[in-house]
Design a protein around this ligand. Structure first.
Ligand SMILES: Cc1ncc(COP(=O)(O)O)c(C=O)c1O
Length: 388
């Protein structure tokens, strides 16, 4: 089966042997499952935190899409990240991370894992694998990557870093939220675990918060599954249903997101009020060749630097009519935000500016509306910005 077919069918095969043949998996709301024999759970189910048929259907689909053996669905992307970090890292371990990451991930590393668990964290510009090599220490246990990064759209060579890590016996985690398995499969490039905020493209409709981990090592999966049950960060049956439904259109949505993002990036590149556009699909993006090698597309996220600093950015953002000024990304509707004041506000100003998250930076999640309407909305907001 090809990607589009798996995204629709895996995990939702109609049960014609004793079931009612639903073509859509039922939302199993039951918190507990009755059994005939004291020591035999019915079809393996005992309590919904431990296992739930709707969540199982989703986990099966998530695994297949990333070409992983196993999938786990969590109550948020951060819940997935926390469970993974707590499972893998011990006091005194060293974590190496890309210096441009989702702000909440940095907050987890700096404000929770650092002070509470004594995990040491180093951030490097992972666009250059040499910097990764230089930063490895004896106690480095994990390398954490995003590619493209949030919000600067930097790309790292996942296969090269995975090779470096393997030699040093270090695990590699890739947050694949931006490109999704439709465009990029980090496990096939050598990563050990893939993280997702399913809140974004996988669900795709801005109406569910969730997260996922996909991996192929069975021992490691069992440890994670045990810890997920022990700590309790599971996705609800209703959210599992929503994500299953969203994934059915992932391929078509991603193609449209990318088409619109490319058009918008081209438009912005030629605009006098724009200083710089960050979109890996543009020929002049510094890692355009690399991303073409390791991914089959560039997705629907881009960022740009506007003229006029914070004042200019605010004027532009507050005059948009179709783009919603909101955090989050990956829904069918276009969203726009100011990372320094919104998604990355928890990152100290100095650190932000060092990596390039300035007051002039605007991040766009390009939706799948008609692109002419989106460009017209930008046009009128740029005009109003110039007048005020
Ligand atoms: C790349 C990335 N990873 C992880 C997360 C965290 O996911 P959640 O908000 O579902 O907890 C986000 C949220 O914006 C994100 O953008």
């Amino acid at each position: 089966m090809r990607f589009e077919t798996k995204a629709i069918h895996v995990g939702e095969e109609p049960d014609l042997e004793g079931g009612s043949g639903d073509v859509v998996v039922p939302i199993h709301l039951s918190s507990t499952f009755a059994r005939k024999k004291v020591d035999v759970p019915t079809r393996g189910y005992e309590y919904s935190r431990t296992g739930n048929p709707t969540r199982d259907a989703l986990e099966k689909r998530l695994a297949v899409l990333e070409e992983a053996a196993f999938g786990l669905a969590f109550s948020s992307g951060m819940a997935a990240e926390t469970t993974l970090a707590i499972t893998l890292l011990q006091r005194g371990d060293h974590l190496l991370a890309f210096d441009d990451l989702y702000g909440g991930t940095r907050r987890l590393f700096n404000r929770v894992l650092g002070p509470n668990f004594k995990v040491e964290v180093t951030y490097v510009d992972a666009r250059d694998p040499e910097q990764v090599i230089k930063a490895i220490r004896k106690n480095t246990r994990l390398i954490w990557l995003e590619s493209p990064t949030n919000p600067l759209m930097k790309i790292c060579d996942i296969a090269a870093i995975a090779n470096i890590a393997k030699e040093a016996n270090i695990l590699v985690v890739v947050d694949n939220t931006f490109l999704t398995p439709y465009f990029q499969k980090p496990l096939l490039l050598g990563a050990d675990v893939v993280v997702h905020s399913t809140t974004k493209y996988l669900n795709g409709h801005s109406d569910s918060v969730g997260g996922a981990l996909m991996l192929s090592d069975e021992n490691f999966y069992r440890q994670l599954k045990f810890n997920q049950n022990a700590m309790g960060a599971i996705l609800s049956p209703f959210d599992s249903y929503l994500v299953l439904r969203g994934i059915k259109t992932l391929a078509v949505r991603m193609r449209e997101h990318e088409r619109n993002a490319l058009r918008l990036a081209d438009y912005l590149e030629g605009h006098p009020n724009v200083r710089k556009v960050n979109y890996p699909g543009l020929k002049n993006h510094p890692q355009n060749a690399l991303t073409r090698r390791q991914a089959t597309g560039h997705g629907g996220m881009l960022s740009f630097e506007i003229e006029g600093g914070l004042k200019g950015a605010k004027r532009f953002l507050e005059n948009l009519k179709i783009f919603a000024l909101a955090e989050s990304l990956g829904g069918v509707e276009s969203l726009i935000e100011h990372p320094a004041l919104m998604t990355h506000a928890s990152v100290p100003r100095e650190t932000r500016e060092q990596v390039g998250v300035t007051d002039s930076l605007i991040r766009v999640s390009v939706g799948i509306e008609n692109i002419e309407d989106l460009i017209a909305d930008f046009d009128q907001a740029f005009e109003k910005m110039a007048k005020t």
